[in-house]
Design a protein around this ligand. Structure first.
Ligand SMILES: [Zn+2]
Length: 699
């Protein structure tokens, strides 16, 4: 099946109907989005596109030539018009007179803002000269796996000639920057008929007189490379199969054991988010004879290793005789050895002005027979890093099949990783949010307080697992969070807190989706009201089951996971004013809520030595958005107070000392406080969020 997918060619998606009447810059945008929509054409964020367009100068009114080129950052697949930098071609050409030679090429970046056309605030990228000096109207620079496979072969120059004859040229490895721009310009002058050029260990440049011609040439060249590779590659890629691939369920089970352990060991300085990927391309590689040898060579394309570190960590696991405990026991040494290797690489390659060593932990972890695990500072980065390693696998697959695969030299890799321009980019990044790198599971996550909590925690940078029994509400809540934040940071699990099996499954899903857990918000609840004589055993049991037992089951699971992960933990119980203050006609509910509060205190005691904090928030009368306040309970409470249901909110407000209504967001605020480091030195505490109620003062 994998081979069939690979054999499929890129389709020409250009639609003349859509492009009729578009301006040159609109055509550039259209072409960019088409190219970037297919990962076989370029990796996420990789490559760039440009057009040289005649524009009216806002100052002189004269027609001037302007380079439109993808700006710094950004991704061609999702770029919008404001993602392009615009620069005067005349000024870009004048920079040639300022260039002092390769030793000083980095300073040229500082001149780019001086070339800005029309006060465009989008920063120009270091690839700008590469586009400026190609004397063609439309230029595409892509990172297609099929082309990089050729570019990362030891005889890539000869292969380029063999596949493309004279139509595509070849340039040796050169770090992107001003000098490479000049090389490209010179190449085009000397080879006026060439349709493009392959850059060794990097990617492809293609061009055309029109946007459509450039697009079609790019596709044609990549298709040619794909067809050539397919014809060359026989069945035995990566030296053939070494070990079997475990069935999907068992692969997940192994990932579940490994991810929290690794996470606990590498999250000392910053919290890490995990991603598990077991797509066919990964499984083929991790089960192959040449896994260890090829993984050790590192990746070739600069984009790949900037995201994945110079090389992955291959985990010692034998799917033929699985012994997960032995593998887990060996993790500490394996991770320490990787860090030592990385530190040695830093020491070997560092220059006088290199920035200090960054996090020495691996990003990519390869597990034979199981798949790939990646860890990064946030979920999107972990996912994209895994995507990039799949790109690298595709490259190695092609290159090692038709030739000898070569990674970039260690010093070149280092010079890019610790490039001062790259460091400056990192320094410009905003400071991480307080809950960045944290994972929270919220029970009753689709309802009022649960959903407000999920929003609050996600707003501070956490990834959130919504656990709920209401699948429809779960989908809605997930969609709402995804649209405000991103799909990456939210997951939903169906979870009945009274079911031991569903609780275990929910936590295991959270672990495989995000890599572990830091925060449990136990919030799922119900409410009931009845005088004691009318309280059925059924009603009593139901309250105890959902409130007392449910809180016990989820916190037991969280404790097991926290201890296994070995990085502390945080539990917040959403109890109730009624857990402290007796209330008429609701004995089952009040008793179960009191059980929660005492359970929290017991757990605070047990968890302290492992840095697991347990605290409680006691809301009262949070009506808005709450599922337990719809239907029966609302009517029962209204009946108990001898009023209509519409009068309840005002009743509760007036009953409070502060005479204020309490909303889900108010509870979420207290939960956030307890879940964050703001309360790092509090455990076993109760915060009342009830607008003041003397009966529930803690004592
Ligand atoms: Zn590139």
């Amino acid at each position: 099946m994998a081979n069939e997918t690979r054999a499929a060619r890129l389709e020409n998606l250009w639609d003349d109907g859509k492009t009729a009447g578009m301006s040159e810059s609109e055509l550039l945008l259209y072409r960019s989005n088409l190219l970037g929509s297919d990962k076989r054409i370029t990796n996420y964020g990789g490559g760039n596109t440009s057009a040289k367009v005649m524009e009216k100068d806002p100052l002189t009114g004269q027609q001037v030539e302007v380079l439109w080129v993808k700006g710094s950052g950004g991704d061609v697949g999702t770029i919008k018009m404001d993602g392009f930098a615009t620069l005067y071609m005349e000024k870009l050409n004048a920079l040639k007179g300022l260039y002092r030679g390769i030793e000083h090429e980095d300073e040229m970046v500082g001149y780019l803002p001086h070339c800005t056309f029309n006060l465009n605030s989008r920063a120009a990228s270091i690839d700008t000269p590469l586009h400026a000096y190609v004397p063609k109207k439309h230029v595409d620079h892509m990172h297609p796996d099929a082309i990089i496979a050729i570019a990362a072969s030891s005889d890539s120059r000869a292969l380029t000639q063999e596949i493309f004859g004279g139509e595509i040229g070849w340039l040796p490895w050169k770090r992107p920057g001003y000098e490479l721009g000049l090389w490209l310009g010179k190449f085009c002058e000397e080879n006026p008929d060439a349709r493009g050029v392959i850059l060794e260990s990097h990617g492809l440049f293609t061009w055309g007189d029109t946007a459509k011609e450039s697009y079609e040439t790019t596709l044609e060249i990549i298709n040619k490379a794909m067809a050539w590779l397919d014809a060359k590659i026989d069945g035995d890629v990566f030296g053939g199969v070494k070990v079997k691939t475990l069935p999907a369920e068992e692969r997940r089970a192994v990932a579940e054991k490994l991810m929290p352990k690794i996470r606990g060991m590498i999250s000392e300085t910053e919290g890490k988010l995990g991603h598990f990927d077991d797509q066919p391309a990964v499984l083929e590689f991790v089960g192959s004879n040449r896994l260890a040898e090829l993984a050790a060579l590192g990746t070739s394309c600069p984009d790949h290793f900037l995201r994945t570190k110079i090389r992955p960590l291959v985990i010692d696991f034998d799917p033929e005789n699985p012994d997960i405990d032995k593998t887990v026991a060996g993790l500490e040494d394996a991770i320490a050895a990787y860090r030592d290797d990385y530190a040695a690489y830093y020491e070997r390659c560092k220059r006088d002005n290199s920035p200090g060593m960054r996090d020495p932990n691996a990003v990519i972890y390869l597990v034979p027979g199981v798949g790939m695990i990646s860890f990064a500072k946030d979920k999107a980065t972990a996912r994209i890093s895994a995507e990039f390693y799949v790109n690298a696998i595709n490259v190695m697959r092609g290159a090692s099949s038709v030739s000898t695969y070569q990674g970039l030299s260690e010093q070149e890799a280092f010079d890019i990783e610790y490039w001062l321009l790259e460091e400056a980019k990192l320094q410009r990044m905003p400071k991480p949010k307080p809950l960045a790198g944290k994972i929270a599971l919220v029970t009753g996550g689709a309802g009022g307080i649960g959903k407000a909590t999920a929003f609050r925690l996600a707003g501070e940078g956490a990834c959130v697992v919504l656990a709920d029994i209401d699948d429809e509400a779960l989908e809605t809540a997930k969609a709402e969070l995804s649209s405000v934040f991103s799909k990456d940071i939210v997951r939903g699990v169906h979870l009945n807190v009274t079911s031991e099996a569903e609780v275990a499954k929910g936590f295991s899903d959270a672990v495989v989706e995000f890599g572990g857990l830091d925060i449990l918000v136990s919030n799922a609840g119900l409410a009931s009201s009845a005088p004691i004589e009318e309280t059925t055993l059924d009603l009593w049991d139901k309250n105890i089951a959902i409130l007392a037992t449910g809180y016990f089951l989820v916190s037991r699971e969280a404790f097991r996971l926290f201890r296994y992960q070995n990085a502390g933990g945080n539990v917040v119980f959403v109890s109730s004013k009624n857990g402290l203050a007796a209330s008429p006609g609701a004995s089952a509910y009040c008793t179960a809520k009191a059980a929660e509060i005492h359970l929290a205190r017991c757990l605070a005691l047990e968890g302290a030595s492992a840095q697991i904090r347990v605290n409680t928030v006691n809301p009262d009368a949070v009506l808005r958005g709450s599922k337990i306040w719809t239907g029966e309970w609302k009517e029962q409470r209204a009946a108990a107070y001898k009023m209509s249901t519409d009068e309840l909110e005002a009743h509760y407000r007036d009953r409070s000392m502060l005479k204020r209504s309490v909303f889900p967001e108010d509870i979420a605020e207290a939960i956030y406080f307890l879940a964050s480091d703001m309360s790092a030195k509090s455990t076993g505490n109760i915060i009342n969020v009830d607008a003041g109620n003397a009966q529930s003062f803690t004592r």
